[in-house]
Write a protein that binds this ligand. Structure first.
Ligand SMILES: [Zn+2]
Length: 367
């Protein structure tokens, strides 16, 4: 063998093996989206009367009632999250409507954020992830697994309203840029809008010390998408959980409604951008549920709150048949990571643990 052809041969072998691992899907970009602690009850049922009308919960009941209450359940949920019901639920697939027989559950036994996000992003449960403290995640996420591939090197990014995402995604080990909490957009290529967002973030009254308002997180992501066109993005919206902990049901509803509008903006942008149009899939889910019984428990979650492991999930994109609301089956939070990679044509495995299976039926070419 001529030594000059050796590198070429190696390159050819490498490319062949990469191609051999990759299945044919239309999806070239994936965005994993989470809305922290939004209950399946509001997603599928809309605002709950008794909670809206409780004077202890809201000083804004008339407006909330006019905005989100309707006799018909479909109308009610569509008024809360119009984009979700007009577009995601008609063009994609939605899981977790327990009233109809579709269930999605956490497999971790903690039912709060870090264990949930770890489960979503790694595809398995790690019992040692049992706190929300800023500990560097010892586990490799599907984001990091993809980022290690030449195709995705420098093309993965994460955004979070909660400031623990730097640790969950393990920014220092993975090398994935994470803009979370009150982080600013950084670099010498910033757009005018990114500079402006940095200014607005400084001028906004802090609602919570560790969670910024979602419009900041969302717009940082939007600007980054336009500027860098990453192929794999994770974004976590956080207001729903914090308003719920505050006991502010009206703000929890308003946050869900506002975030739904941001998803509309994102999807409209993706469908009109030549890099993303027709080649981008969304997976949307939540880290945990909240209480239902007794209803006062809705503010909280965690192992002692019955039903807080009940979550939901949705998939929208060019590989996903438009089956709408799924009415049967049991899915788990562990299945999201492998599904995200499978949409891109990759079979995600984790060296530490077996990961949950691809959600059946969300990829047309996969039997
Ligand atoms: Zn919480």
């Amino acid at each position: 063998m001529n030594y000059r052809t050796l590198p070429l041969l190696l390159l050819t072998l490498l490319c062949t093996s990469v191609r051999a691992q990759k299945e044919d899907t239309k999806t070239e970009n994936v965005i994993i989206i989470t809305m922290d602690g939004l209950r399946w009850q509001e997603l599928f049922g809309g605002a709950v009367d008794s909670m809206v009308m409780n004077p202890d919960l809201t000083s804004d009941a008339d407006r909330i009632k006019a905005s989100y209450i309707a006799d018909d359940q479909e109308e009610r949920r569509a008024s809360l999250m119009p984009f979700f019901w007009e577009t995601i639920a008609t063009q994609g697939q939605v899981f977790g409507n327990r009233w109809l027989g579709s269930q999605v559950n956490c497999t971790n036994r903690y039912w709060f954020s870090y264990p949930g996000y770890n489960e979503i992003l790694t595809g398995y449960t790690d019992g040692a992830i049992n706190s929300n403290a800023k500990n560097w995640n010892p586990n490799k996420t599907v984001l990091e697994w993809l980022h290690e591939k030449p195709e995705f090197q420098g093309r993965v990014a994460a955004f979070g309203s909660w400031d623990v995402f730097d640790w969950i995604v393990n920014e220092q080990r993975s090398g994935i840029p994470v803009n979370s909490g009150y982080n600013k957009a950084e670099g010498d290529q910033l757009t005018d809008k990114e500079h402006y967002l940095n200014k607005l973030q400084d001028q906004t009254a802090l609602l919570w010390g560790s969670v910024r308002q979602d419009f900041l997180t969302h717009n940082y992501m939007m600007e980054y998408l336009k500027r860098e066109h990453p192929k794999v993005v994770y974004i976590s919206y956080g207001e729903t959980d914090d308003f719920a902990h505050d006991g502010a049901y009206h703000r929890y509803l308003d946050a869900a409604h506002a975030t739904d509008g941001m998803w509309r903006e994102l999807w409209t942008f993706l469908q009109n951008d030549p890099v993303y149009a027709g080649k981008t899939s969304l997976i949307i889910t939540t880290d945990h549920g909240r209480g239902e019984s007794p209803m006062t428990e809705w503010k909280s979650h965690g192992t002692r709150i019955k039903g807080a492991d009940a979550i939901w999930m949705a998939v929208l994109g060019p590989d996903t048949p438009a089956k709408g609301v799924i009415t049967q089956g049991q899915l788990y939070q562990t299945q999201i990571a492998k599904t995200a990679a499978a949409l891109l044509g990759y079979d995600y495995v984790n060296e530490k643990e077996e990961v949950g299976a691809v959600v059946p039926g969300v990829i047309a070419t996969k039997k």
